[in-house]
Design a protein around this ligand. Structure first.
Ligand code: ROI
Length: 166
C-alpha cells in the first residue's frame, strides 16, 4: 500500500542549503520512498533560542510504502548521517526531517505524532507546504491557504525556486 506523505526539512548549520539538497537526494534514494514534489527553498528567521544562525527550510511530498514508524526510522538514519546530534532543545541543527502528514492518518505514540503537533504554528513549515499542496485541507477542516494567510510570510524569504538534488 502506497501512501502520500509530507516531510519538512530544516537546517541552520554547516551549509544549510547544501544539507537540504543532499537530504532530498538521500530521501529519494531510500528504498520504498520516492520524491513527488519539492517546495521552493526558504531562508527563515530562527524560532527558539536567540543567537542561532538563520535556517533553510523546505517541504517535500513523497510516496512511500513504508509504515509511519519505518519511515521515521529511515528519516532519522538520514539525519544521523548528516551529523545530527540531539543536544540543546530548540537549538541549532545540521538537519531536521519531520513527518508532517501521512495520508489521512492520525497517530499519537511516544515516538511520533501525526499530524505534526506544531505545524499549524510555523510559517516556515506551512508556506513551503502551500507551494506543493495549495488545495490541502488540514484534519481540523482548516484550509492550508487560510492558515498561511493568517500567519503570513513574516521572517521568510525564498532563496531558490528550484534546486538540483545532490
Ligand atoms: N526555526 C526555523 N526558522 N526553522 C526551523 O526549521 C526550526 N526548527 C526548529 C526550531 C529550533 C524550533 N526553530 C526553527 O526545530
Amino acid at each position: 500500500m502506497v501512501e502520500s506523505a509530507y516531510v519538512a526539512l530544516g537546517s541552520n548549520l554547516e551549509q544549510p542549503q547544501l544539507q537540504l539538497q543532499q537530504a532530498v537526494a538521500a530521501i529519494n534514494d531510500t528504498e520504498n520512498i520516492s520524491i513527488v514534489a519539492c517546495s521552493r527553498l526558504y531562508r527563515s528567521d530562527p524560532v527558539g533560542p536567540p543567537g542561532q544562525p538563520d535556517y533553510c527550510n523546505a517541504v517535500v511530498a513523497i510516496d512511500t510504502s513504508l509504515e509511519p514508524l519505518a519511515l521515521l526510522d529511515a528519516l532519522q538514519a538520514i539525519e544521523n548521517a548528516h551529523g545530527r546530534t540531539r543536544t540543546l532543545h530548540w537549538g541549532p541543527r545540521t538537519l531536521d526531517l519531520d513527518i508532517l502528514l501521512y495520508g489521512n492518518w492520525t497517530i499519537q505514540s511516544p515516538r511520533l505524532t501525526i499530524p505534526h503537533a506544531q505545524m499549524q504554528l510555523r510559517n516556515f513549515v506551512l508556506c513551503p507546504l502551500l507551494d506543493i499542496a495549495p488545495d490541502l485541507v488540514l484534519a481540523n477542516g482548516q484550509p492550508l491557504s487560510a492558515l498561511v494567510e493568517k500567519l503570513g510570510y513574516w521572517g521568510l524569504s525564498v532563496i531558490a525556486e528550484d534546486y538540483p538534488w545532490l
